[in-house]
Structure formats: structure tokens, C-alpha cells
Design a protein around this ligand. Structure first.
Ligand code: SF4
Length: 208
């Protein structure tokens, strides 16, 4: 089932039985980014905090394992699934191997998702932990930095266990989500998900 179909099929939540959404903590304004910021605000995601028929569970996997502030990290030799399978590594910008800590963080995030029986996760894209559509291949600080399609370690872990994950840049999916949460929300059909953007399609050479 696609993310779109899944969100269309979500139940209509009420105040007494709110929708349970797991979010990257930085998307909710928590200053847990590597530099102690929240990576700036993403209104489309922040808006989820405004509803009484939504419960947001927030978690920062990198802060859990490595603290804040910390070095930036990226995945080398594959994607989040490859890290979980022992075929790729997570390295901090100075070269320390953070693979084990990242896997531990993904397990903690999964445990939270299972405990709260979340119905959807909204995660910060591009992150080696939380990315869901696009991540870096190797260091983001490289002169010729390279993006790859794929998920970070925590998103891969959640998906392996059946959870749906969208990113803060999946604006079309968020529109559907808001229509589900708020009966007065009018869907903006012009919005697109990250993989539908001109940048994504040009970068990954996807034929329209
Ligand atoms: S993207 Fe994920 S790991 Fe990075 S700061 Fe946000 S919550 Fe933490």
C-alpha cells in the first residue's frame, strides 16, 4: 500500500481517541539537532501539534545515543537498511564509527513506536537516522556530496516492523493527513511529495 493510500485509509480520530503520530523531535521544535538548533521550522509538520485529536510522540534518536550538541553523521556504503544488515556504516564527521549507537537508537525508536502503537511517523528527511526519501551517500561535507534515494537507519527500522513513515517534505501526504484530522481542511491538490519535486526527479534522472 502506498503512503497515500495508507493515509487515505487512516481512521478519523477524535479527542477521546487521538491519532498517534511519532515525530522526529526536531520537527516539533526540540533543539536536538547536531548543533543544538531545531534545523529551522517546518510549518507543515509543526501544525500537527495544534490538534486535540492528535497525540505526538517525539524522539531524537541521535540525541539518545550521542547527545546534543554532537558531530554530524552520515551513512557510508549503503542506506539505512544496509546499516541494519551490517553492510554499511554510520560515521561521524571526524571518522568515529557510530554504527552500533545508531542501531541502538533505532531500536529505542522502534520500542517507542510499538509501546504507543503509533499509526504514522513523520520524520526529518535527509538525516542518516530519520531520512525517509533521500539521504547522503557518504559525507554531506564532501566537495562533491552525493545524495541517494533511500531511508536512514531509524526509518528503515520502523518500516521493517510495518510502520509507515513520511517526511516533512511530503506535502501532498501531509495535506491528506490534515484532511483526515480536520474536517474543515481543504486539500491543496497542487502540493507534491518530495519524490515528485523537480529537484528529486532531475537529480535521480526519473523520467516524467
Ligand atoms: S533528524 Fe532525527 S536524529 Fe536528527 S535532530 Fe532530528 S530527530 Fe534528531
Amino acid at each position: 500500500m502506498t503512503d497515500t493510500e495508507y493515509i487515505r485509509n487512516l481512521r478519523t480520530p477524535g479527542k477521546e481517541d487521538p491519532l498517534r503520530i511519532l515525530m522526529s523531535a526536531c520537527l516539533t521544535g526540540v533543539q536536538c539537532a547536531y548543533d543544538g538548533s531545531d534545523y529551522g521550522t517546518y510549518p507543515g509538520a509543526l501544525k500537527l501539534l495544534e490538534y486535540d485529536n492528535v497525540v505526538v510522540i517525539r524522539f531524537c534518536p541521535e540525541a539518545f545515543s550521542f547527545g546534543t550538541p554532537r558531530e554530524m553523521c552520515d551513512i557510508y556504503g549503503g542506506n539505512g537498511d544496509d546499516v541494519l544488515d551490517g553492510k554499511a556504516k554510520v560515521l561521524a564527521e571526524e571518522g568515529s564509527d557510530w554504527t552500533a549507537g545508531m542501531i541502538k537508537a533505532s531500536e529505542a525508536m522502534l520500542a517507542l513506536a510499538q509501546t504507543h502503537q503509533i499509526e504514522l511517523a513523520v520524520m526529518m528527511d535527509i538525516s542518516a537516522a530519520c531520512g525517509s526519501q533521500v539521504i547522503y551517500e557518504g559525507s554531506r561535507f564532501a566537495e562533491n556530496k552525493v545524495y541517494q534515494m533511500g531511508a536512514g537507519v531509524c526509518t528503515a527500522q520502523l518500516r521493517r516492523h510495518g510502520f509507515k513513515v513520511i517526511s516533512q517534505r511530503d506535502f501532498a501526504a501531509l495535506e491528506l493527513l490534515y484532511a483526515k484530522i480536520d474536517k474543515h481542511h481543504i486539500i491543496d491538490a497542487a502540493k507534491t511529495d518530495h519524490h515528485q519535486t523537480d529537484w528529486y526527479q532531475a537529480y535521480f534522472k526519473i523520467e516524467k
